[in-house]
Design a protein around this ligand. Structure first.
Ligand SMILES: O=C(O)CCC(=O)C(=O)O
Ligand SMILES: [Fe+2]
Length: 384
C-alpha cells in the first residue's frame, strides 16, 4: 500500500447528517447570515460536500490500487483528482466519513442507498414543533406575534418553513379552480430552463423540468384571478411581517420586491430536477438573480403518498458551487443528502431561501399537481 494505512487515520470527527448544521440554530442572531459551516474542521476550507465524498474515496482507492500495481504515475494522478474533490483525504487524519467509506469500498461494499428523508405530511409536529404549536384553523393564524416568531426562527434555523392552513380551505379550493380553468384554457405553457444569469429566458428541457407554467398578472383579469390576488396579498403580508419580526432574515439594509406569481401544473410523471432558485452566495456572485425567498403555495386536495409530487429539500450546498450543484444532483441524492420531503398538500405555504441554502427538486407527480410560486427579491438599495 502506497499511502499510510487508514487505521492510523481514525479521527474524533463525526459527520452525522444534519446534526452539525442544525446545531447552529442556537447561534446568535448575528450568525444568521454566516455561511453554513461544519465547525469541527479548523481549516480555511469548507468541508467536502457530501456529493463529492463517495466519488473522491472511490478515486483514492483506484489510485492506491494502481500504485500497488506499480503504475505509480497514473495512481498519483488519480489520487490528486481525489484530493481535489475532497481535500481532507490529503491529511494524515481522515475525517470519520472518509474512514467509513474507505472500509466499505475497499471491502467491496457499496454504501447502501440512502433511506428516504422524513415526509412532511399533514402532521408537522415532529418536524417543526414550534410552528405546529401555533397552527390553528382560522383566519391568518400565522399573523400573531408568537406564530411569526416561530415561523421566522424555523426559517432561520432550517432555511425553510411550512405554514399550513395559510388561506383557509375555501381560499385553496378557489385557487385550485382558477388554476384548473387556466390549464383548460391553454394559459399554461411548457416551462423553460434558464441558464444562470439569463433571467426568464431559456430553453425547454424535459430532462430538467416538465411542468407547465404561466407568469400571471392578476390585475389583467381581476375576476378570474381574484383567488390568486388573495394569495399574493396574504403572502406579501406574511413576508413583510417576518422581515419586521426578524430583520436578520434578510441582508442588512436590503429592500424587498417580488416577481409576478408563477402558476404551475405538473402532469402525471412531470418533475423538476434538483436545482437552486438563485445561484448566489449571500447576495454575491456572477449568477445572482436577486431572489431571496421562495414561497410555494399548493392547491391540491386529497393528496396521498401515492400521488407523489413532493418537494424534496436537500442540505445546503457550498456557495457558488452552482456548477457542481447542477452536475452533482443524482450523486448527492444517492449520498443521502436529502433533508425533507414536503407533500404538496392543499392550503400549504412553503417558504425557503432561494439561494444555495435550499437545493430542491420536485419528485414525479402521479396525478396533476397545482402550485403557485412567488419569489421575493432583495436588493441593496431602494425602498420596499
Ligand atoms: O412546485 C414546487 O414545489 C416548486 C417548484 C420549483 O422548484 C420552481 O419552480 O423553481
Ligand atoms: Fe425551485
Amino acid at each position: 500500500m502506497w499511502f499510510d494505512p487508514p487505521q492510523s487515520r481514525t479521527g474524533s470527527h463525526s459527520h452525522r447528517g444534519g446534526e452539525v448544521w442544525l446545531r447552529s440554530c442556537t447561534a446568535s442572531e448575528e450568525d444568521a447570515s454566516a455561511p453554513v459551516t461544519m465547525a469541527e474542521f479548523t481549516t480555511p476550507w469548507a468541508p467536502t460536500a457530501k456529493p463529492n465524498r463517495l466519488p473522491a474515496v472511490l478515486l483514492y482507492i483506484e489510485g492506491e490500487a494502481l500504485c500497488d500495481a506499480n503504475a505509480v504515475a497514473e495512481g498519483v494522478t488519480k489520487m490528486r483528482e481525489a484530493f481535489a474533490l475532497a481535500w481532507e483525504l490529503d491529511l494524515p487524519e481522515w475525517p470519520g466519513w472518509a474512514e467509513v467509506l474507505y472500509h466499505q469500498l475497499s471491502n467491496g461494499l457499496v454504501p447502501a442507498g440512502a433511506p428516504p428523508p422524513p415526509l412532511l405530511s399533514a402532521d408537522t409536529s415532529s418536524v417543526q414543533p414550534e410552528v405546529a404549536s401555533h397552527a390553528r384553523d382560522g383566519r391568518a393564524w400565522w399573523s400573531s406575534d408568537g406564530a411569526l416568531a416561530a415561523i421566522a426562527e424555523t426559517l432561520r434555523c432550517r432555511n425553510h418553513v411550512v405554514v399550513d392552513g395559510f388561506l383557509g380551505r375555501a381560499g385553496g379550493v378557489a385557487l385550485r379552480v382558477a388554476l384548473e380553468r387556466a390549464w383548460g384554457g391553454g394559459v399554461l405553457e411548457p416551462a423553460k430552463v434558464a441558464l444562470p444569469g439569463d433571467g426568464l429566458n431559456g430553453q425547454r428541457s424535459d430532462r430538467t423540468r416538465s411542468d407547465h407554467i404561466a407568469w400571471i398578472d392578476a390585475a389583467e383579469d381581476a375576476a378570474r384571478w381574484a383567488p390568486l390576488a388573495t394569495l399574493v396579498d396574504a403572502a406579501d403580508a406574511l413576508v413583510r411581517a417576518l422581515r419586521a419580526a426578524a430583520p436578520g432574515l434578510a441582508r442588512k439594509g436590503s429592500a424587498m420586491s417580488r416577481m409576478r406569481p408563477m402558476a404551475s401544473r405538473y402532469g402525471v410523471g412531470a418533475a423538476f430536477a434538483r436545482h437552486t432558485d438563485n445561484h448566489c452566495s449571500n447576495g454575491h456572485g456572477p449568477h445572482c438573480n436577486g431572489r431571496w425567498l421562495t414561497a410555494v403555495y399548493y392547491a391540491n386536495d386529497s393528496w396521498s403518498e401515492a400521488d407523489g409530487g413532493c418537494l424534496r429539500l436537500f442540505r445546503p450546498q457550498g456557495d457558488e458551487g452552482d456548477e457542481d450543484e447542477q452536475a452533482g444532483g443524482a450523486a448527492a441524492a444517492a449520498a443521502g443528502d436529502a433533508l425533507l420531503d414536503v407533500a404538496p398538500l392543499g392550503d400549504r405555504l412553503l417558504l425557503f431561501f432561494s439561494d444555495f441554502r435550499s437545493p430542491h427538486e420536485v419528485l414525479p407527480a402521479a396525478k396533476p399537481r397545482y402550485a403557485t410560486t412567488i419569489w421575493y427579491m432583495e436588493r441593496d438599495d431602494g425602498d420596499d
